[in-house]
Design a protein around this ligand. Structure first.
Ligand code: SER
Length: 313
């Protein structure tokens, strides 16, 4: 019998592509998309969709029972920049949605959970380059605090209640199908749209701010890979470091200028600079490589090619 999967937050930047990838793997009707609002036309047309508020346990439980869901991907969250503006709303959404899904696991109503963490779990006292899996974590943002707490709860539910929850600390994600919303790494997507439309972009981070980044195809592949691995292989039950590339806005601008020589970049750092400054510039993902065979495929040059080709067509 084939399993039924629920994606919460299916209309967001990751959720959209994850839904499409899982649908092509397990069949459209076996993957239920849900969000508080409808998503893109291609997503809505590709299979079943439910309006769902991730903080509403009863509504979630009802959908899980109705579709006989065994696996949940919780992608709904408020990202770093927006969370600084609405701290209590961010805490409520990011934590209560996680508790709802973990408690479904505890009550054995679902078998397996994916929950994304982030490089935002690290803070100003964390070693900045090649940040190890286990290190000082003193996040200084609302979003980072929620992800750090979430990691602790995931590990706790695994140890205490044998809940099979798996997690990745995503770097900044670059994609062309759906725009990101409210993150500090969003510049790395906006830049391509503006480069094609206006040959110019004003970056909200300084030119030399290096951050860990990843192309969406790699992120989706990693997500499917960790979820398909044998439970014994998943030795880290908080969240895995994951890495692909690291670059500054100036380096990204240069990679675009190689294809669009007229492209001009200006810098007007805002409040997001302080968030970026508190995060690592590169990540050591040895554990993910060793435990479940992770290996990234996209570097900056390949990412720029994919972004410009797909956004211009
Ligand atoms: N990309 C996210 C953000 O900038 C980090 O997880 O908020």
């Amino acid at each position: 019998m084939q399993k039924y999967i629920l994606i919460i937050g299916a209309c967001g930047q990751i959720g959209t592509e994850l839904t499409l990838a899982l649908r092509s793997k397990y069949g459209n009707d076996h993957v239920i998309a849900s969000d508080i609002r409808e998503g893109s036309e291609s997503l809505m047309a590709s299979g079943p969709f439910e309006i769902l508020d991730a903080t509403d346990y009863d509504a979630l439980e009802e959908i899980v029972a109705y579709y006989e869901i065994s696996e949940v991907y919780l992608m709904a969250a408020m990202l770093s920049a927006t969370a600084e503006k609405f701290p209590m709303r961010a805490w409520n959404l990011n934590m209560n949605s996680l508790f709802n899904v973990l408690n479904l696991g505890k009550e054995k109503k679902i078998d397996k959970i994916f929950w994304p963490s982030s490089i935002a779990v690290f803070g100003p006292n964390t070693p900045k380059t090649d940040t190890p899996q286990n290190t000082i974590m003193e996040p200084s943002t609302v979003y980072g605090i929620s992800k750090q707490s979430g990691e602790r709860w995931c590990e706790y539910y695994f140890n205490k209640f044998n809940v099979d929850v798996r997690s990745i600390r995503y770097p900044g994600l670059i994609s062309w199908k759906t725009m990101p919303g409210g993150g500090t790494t969003d510049y790395a997507v906006e830049i391509y749209h503006k480069a094609l439309a206006k040959s110019a972009y004003t970056c909200f981070l300084k030119e030399d701010t290096a951050l860990p980044m990843m192309f969406m195809d790699d992120a989706i592949r990693a997500t499917l890979q960790i979820m398909e691995s044998a439970p014994e292989a998943i030795k880290v039950r908080s969240s895995y470091n994951l890495s692909a590339m690291s670059f500054t806005p100036a380096q990204m601008a240069k990679s675009i200028q190689e294809q669009l020589p007229d492209f001009k970049m200006k810098y007007e750092p805002d409040f997001r600079q302080a968030i970026a400054d508190s995060w690592p510039s590169s990540i050591d993902d040895t554990n993910a490589q060793q435990d479940w065979g992770w290996n990234a495929e996209f570097d900056l040059e390949k990412t720029t090619n994919e972004m410009l080709v797909n956004l211009s067509s």
